[in-house]
Unconditional design. Structure first.
Length: 111
């Protein structure tokens, strides 16, 4: 865990968040600055700064993030949605911890 990482703090229950799903490897919670009517962040509990920092042994974790998004959408009766991962500041990444945006509903602004 990186001491000042907000997503690590949420995953470790050191900071309050509206968590809607959690297992041993990921946590999903409502975005505090939603860009759509339905905006959930899926975050690995393992601190990985960005897609650029992924390693071969992270394949399963990334797959789990995507399947978690699919399952959350299904549980919420959402049939159409976007999955977005921003990479680096130039790509719109604000928090230096890998996270997947699940967005649905109008309006959708890409984060």
């Amino acid at each position: 865990m990186i001491m000042d990482c907000i997503f690590c703090k949420i995953a470790n229950k050191e900071m309050k968040s509206d968590i809607i799903f959690e297992n041993d490897s990921v946590v999903a919670f409502k975005d505090i600055h939603p860009k759509a009517n339905f905006h959930i962040l899926i975050v690995p509990k393992k601190h990985i700064e960005s897609v650029d920092k992924l390693e071969e042994n992270d394949k399963k974790l990334v797959g789990e993030m995507i399947l978690t998004a699919k399952n959350i959408a299904k549980e919420n009766n959402i049939s159409g949605y976007k999955l977005v991962i921003n990479v680096g500041r130039d790509g719109g990444q604000v928090v230096d911890h890998l996270h997947l945006h699940l967005l649905s509903g109008k309006p959708i602004e890409l984060p």
